[in-house]
Design a protein around this ligand. Structure first.
Ligand SMILES: [Cu+2]
Length: 161
C-alpha cells in the first residue's frame, strides 16, 4: 500500500469524544492509525472470546484444562459425590441430615446418569454429562441407593439421618 502524500484532515469532535470511522472521510488511514484501530478491534474480539469462554466454563471445560471447576462448591449442597472416568461415584457413600442436599458432579469426560434405586428413578433421575452437576434435596431420613443408567457397575448410597 502506498502511503498518502498528506495525512487526512481529521474532523475533531468539539466535545473531545472518540472519533468514529466515518470521521476520517474516504482517505486511506495513515498506517499507524490504521494499525491502532485494527489492534483495538482485535483486543475487543479477544475480550469477547475470553468472556464467552468464561461463561461456557460452567457448562464445559474451556481450553485444555483437565480438572473442571468444582461446581458443587457453590451449590449449597451438604455433600458431594464425583462421577469419574474410572466409572465410579467417589465417595460411594455419603451421609447428610434430612433437608440437606447432595451434589453430583461429572469430573470426567464420560457421560453418566444419577438415578435412585428404590423407586427406579422416580425420586431422582438425571443425566450427568461431562462437567455438569446435579443437585437433589432429601426431605426425609432413609438410605437411598442410586446408580448410573449407562454403567451397570456404577452405584452409590446416600444415608439421610
Ligand atoms: Cu456412568
Amino acid at each position: 500500500m502506498r502511503p498518502p502524500a498528506l495525512a487526512p484532515q481529521l474532523k475533531r469532535d468539539p466535545l473531545g469524544g472518540s472519533l468514529r470511522d466515518s470521521d476520517y472521510g474516504s482517505l486511506v488511514y495513515p498506517m499507524r492509525l490504521s494499525m491502532a484501530l485494527s489492534s483495538e478491534r482485535n483486543l475487543m474480539r479477544s475480550t469477547i472470546a475470553v468472556g464467552v469462554c468464561f461463561v461456557l466454563t460452567a457448562a464445559a471445560a474451556c481450553g485444555s484444562s483437565t480438572s473442571p471447576p468444582n461446581l458443587c462448591a457453590n451449590s449449597g449442597a451438604a455433600a458431594t459425590a464425583s462421577a469419574t472416568d474410572a466409572i465410579a461415584f467417589t465417595p460411594g457413600s455419603v451421609t447428610i441430615t434430612h433437608g440437606q442436599s447432595v451434589c453430583w458432579q461429572n469430573v470426567g469426560t464420560v457421560a453418566h446418569t444419577v438415578a435412585d434405586n428404590a423407586t427406579n428413578g422416580s425420586l431422582f433421575n438425571s443425566n450427568l454429562p461431562a462437567g455438569q452437576m446435579f443437585v437433589h434435596t432429601f426431605p426425609s431420613a432413609g438410605s437411598f441407593g442410586y446408580h448410573c443408567n449407562i454403567h451397570s457397575s456404577m452405584s452409590g448410597t446416600i444415608t439421610v439421618n
